[in-house]
Design a protein around this ligand. Structure first.
Ligand SMILES: CC(C)(COP(=O)(O)OP(=O)(O)OC[C@H]1O[C@@H](n2cnc3c(N)ncnc32)[C@H](O)[C@@H]1OP(=O)(O)O)[C@@H](O)C(=O)NCCC(=O)NCCS
Length: 201
């Protein structure tokens, strides 16, 4: 609950972070890895009770409220990697909302990924990469929507996982959002690439 209140407070007022941004453009549908351990939930395919309880136990009630909100109001898809009846890793994917301005200056429309999480005892097994591959396959319009992901500049595991999944680095930016992302400012710390061609369509 403390996590939820903190995140809510930050988003409501002022939220600044230094992030590395990546994108991946696919002109056509990416083959589905058909990973039998990955289950996808959304507002029409709800998380079963036992998984919701396990998730709340694992990550807390605040994170569950955040997850529920994203599925219900942002059309977010929640990917869970389940092995031996437990949630080993999860992450989100959604089509960017025109009202969220946080990254629109860089990518006006995108299939946004993240955040992701792997259980501490399961890290280093490539579960993150499996979820990222699945996300590429569920992009609803690969020709128009580049896949976009970012990670905190200090999060080496996440940066490594994203690079391993073949995303191209766009740069490192300091982004400040005000009033739930309705107004944003950004400063390029270093720019590594340009916005992919799909973005200008
Ligand atoms: C970032 C995170 C999702 C990566 O998940 P993962 O399933 O361990 O990813 P991978 O197995 O592909 O490992 C990625 C890199 O993490 C590092 N790593 C490996 N084992 C690790 C461990 N036991 N603990 C921490 N990091 C580890 C390595 O650098 C690895 O790359 P390498 O295999 O080429 O050496 C996970 O560390 C995590 O949940 N972190 C906390 C939440 C977070 O920061 N999420 C990212 C926000 S998008």
């Amino acid at each position: 609950m403390i996590y939820f209140m903190k995140r809510l407070g930050e988003r409501l007022f002022r939220w600044r972070e230094t992030v590395v941004m990546f994108s991946k453009t696919c002109e056509q549908n990416v083959p589905d890895p058909a990973d039998p351990s990955i289950f996808i939930f959304d507002s029409s395919n709800k998380l079963p009770d036992h998984l919701r309880k396990e998730f709340t136990k694992l990550r807390g009630l605040g994170m569950w409220i955040f997850t529920w909100f994203r599925m219900k109001f942002r059309g977010s898809r929640f990917l869970c990697l389940i092995e031996g009846n437990r949630i080993c890793a999860y992450g989100w994917a959604e089509v960017s909302s025109p009202f969220i301005r946080r990254y629109r200056w860089l990518i006006p429309s995108a299939f946004l990924l993240g955040p992701f999480w792997t259980a501490p005892d399961q890290r280093g097994r490539g579960l993150y990469g499996r979820l990222l591959s699945k996300c590429l396959a569920i992009n609803p319009d690969p020709a128009k929507l580049p896949v976009f992901i970012h990670a905190d500049a200090t999060n080496t595991s996440s940066l490594r996982g994203i690079e391993k999944a073949g995303f191209q680095k766009l740069g490192t930016f300091e982004v400040t959002s005000y009033l739930m992302g309705l107004w944003c400012t950004h400063k390029a710390v270093s720019q590594a690439g340009t916005v992919c061609p799909t973005d200008s369509r």
